[in-house]
Design a protein around this ligand. Structure first.
Ligand code: GAL
Length: 353
C-alpha cells in the first residue's frame, strides 16, 4: 500500500510537471541585448517587448551595452548563462556580435538579429525594415527640393550595417546627378553611435570649411539630422537648406512641423517588436518559424565575400514630410499632438485629434 501511494505520488508529480509547464522553472526566458538607450526608439521597443513577453507568460531580461561592443558580447553570454531560451540582439557592431551569436548557437540558444544585421549565418532570424529603400526615400526627397549644388552626406554609425544600406540607397539616387556634374559631394562623414552631438560638431566643421556654402544635407536619421540642424541654425541655414532624417522621432517630427527638417522616414516599430517576441517564443518552444525568407549574407551586407544566408523578414517604410505628417504620425498615434505642435501658434495648428 505504502509503495502504491508513493508510486501514485510520483506519477502525479510527473503529470503535474508536464501538464502545467508554467511554473517558474519552465517559464520562457527571453534575453534582450540593446546597444544603447540614447536613441528614442530603443527604450520604446524594449517596453513593447517586455509587455508582450509578459502577456505571453514569458520573462524578458534585458541589458544595455552603452555602445561597448565587448560589453555587449559579455552581456549576451551572461544572458545565456542565466538560462535565456533565446536572445534578441540590437547590435552595436554587426561583426563583433557575430562571435556572441556563434557562442550562443553552440550552446543551443538561438539569437534574433533585431533591426540591425549581425553578420552571421548562425542567426535564427533577422527582422528589420527595407533599409536600402529608406536611403532611396531620403535622397529622393532631398533631390526633389534641390537637384544641384554642394551636397553633404552624414552617414550613421560605421559599425551598423544599416548605415551601409542607407548609403547604398542614397547613392542610387544621387550618383547619376554626380555623374552629370550637377551634384558635388563637398563632405562625406560617418557619425559614430549615430550621436547627435557628434553630428553637430562634424557639421560645424563642414560649414567652416565650406564657408557655409552648402545646398543640401542627406543625414541618415533624425539624431544625426538634428545634430546637423544645430550647426545650421547658427549659420542661418535652418529651413533653407533641405535636410533628411529617419525614425519619425518626436524631435524630428517637431522640426518638420516647424519647417526645419525636410523629411523623415516612418518605420512602425510597433509592428517590429511583436514579430520579435512571436519568433522568440516559437524558437523557445522549438516550433517552426513562419513568414521568413532565406536571404544570402552577401546581399544583406552588400559584400560579395560573405558566405551563408539568414532567415529574414522586412517591413515597409513610409516617407514623412509636412504634407502627410499629421495623418501618418499623429492620427495613427505614433507621436503626440502636443509634443509636435506646442510651439506653433494656435491658429496655425491642425485640429486636435
Ligand atoms: C539604426 C536604425 C535607425 C536608427 C539608428 C540609431 O540601426 O535602423 O532606425 O535608430 O540605428 O540607433
Amino acid at each position: 500500500m505504502k509503495r502504491f501511494v508513493c508510486f501514485s505520488a510520483v506519477v502525479l508529480y510527473v503529470m503535474t510537471m508536464y501538464s502545467f509547464p508554467c511554473n517558474a522553472a519552465d517559464k520562457i526566458k527571453i534575453g534582450l541585448s540593446l546597444s544603447d538607450i540614447e536613441i528614442e526608439r530603443w527604450p520604446i521597443e524594449e517596453a513593447i517587448m517586455r509587455r508582450l513577453a509578459n502577456e505571453h507568460g514569458a520573462e524578458l531580461i534585458s541589458q544595455v551595452a552603452n555602445h561597448d561592443t565587448s560589453l555587449q558580447n559579455a552581456q549576451i553570454a551572461n544572458m545565456v548563462d542565466q538560462g535565456a531560451d533565446v536572445v534578441i540582439i540590437i547590435a552595436e557592431d554587426g561583426a563583433t556580435a557575430a562571435v556572441a551569436v556563434a557562442k550562443a548557437a553552440e550552446e543551443g540558444i538561438p539569437c534574433i538579429s533585431y533591426d540591425r544585421l549581425i553578420k552571421s549565418d548562425k542567426l535564427a532570424a533577422y527582422i528589420s525594415f527595407d533599409n536600402i529603400e529608406v536611403g532611396r526615400i531620403q535622397a529622393r526627397a532631398i533631390v526633389d527640393r534641390v537637384n544641384r549644388g554642394n551636397f553633404v552626406l552624414l552617414g550613421g554609425s560605421p559599425t551598423d550595417n544599416n548605415a551601409v544600406l542607407l548609403r547604398k540607397g542614397q547613392m542610387e539616387i544621387i550618383q547619376p546627378l554626380i555623374d552629370q556634374d550637377k551634384i558635388r559631394i563637398v563632405a562625406d562623414h560617418w557619425v559614430n553611435n549615430w550621436a547627435q552631438a557628434k553630428a553637430a560638431a562634424i557639421m560645424q566643421d563642414i560649414l567652416n570649411s565650406q564657408d557655409n556654402r552648402i545646398d543640401a544635407v542627406i543625414a541618415s536619421n533624425d539624431s544625426t539630422a538634428l545634430g546637423a540642424l544645430q550647426a545650421m541654425k547658427t549659420a542661418g541655414l535652418a529651413g533653407k537648406v533641405p535636410l533628411s532624417g529617419q525614425d519619425a522621432t518626436a524631435a524630428g517630427c517637431k522640426a518638420i512641423v516647424e519647417g526645419e527638417l525636410t523629411m523623415t522616414v516612418f518605420k512602425d516599430v510597433r509592428r517590429l517588436s511583436p514579430i520579435a517576441i512571436d519568433l522568440a517564443i516559437k524558437l523557445a518552444r522549438k516550433e517552426k518559424l513562419e513568414g521568413l525568407r532565406q536571404v544570402p549574407l552577401a546581399e544583406l551586407t552588400v559584400d560579395s565575400t560573405m558566405q551563408g544566408s539568414v532567415p529574414c523578414r522586412f517591413l515597409k517604410v513610409v516617407k514623412i514630410d509636412k504634407d502627410n505628417l499629421y495623418e501618418e504620425i499623429i492620427l495613427n498615434g505614433f507621436q503626440q499632438y502636443d509634443d509636435l505642435y506646442r510651439d506653433i501658434p494656435a491658429n496655425r495648428r491642425p485640429p486636435r485629434p
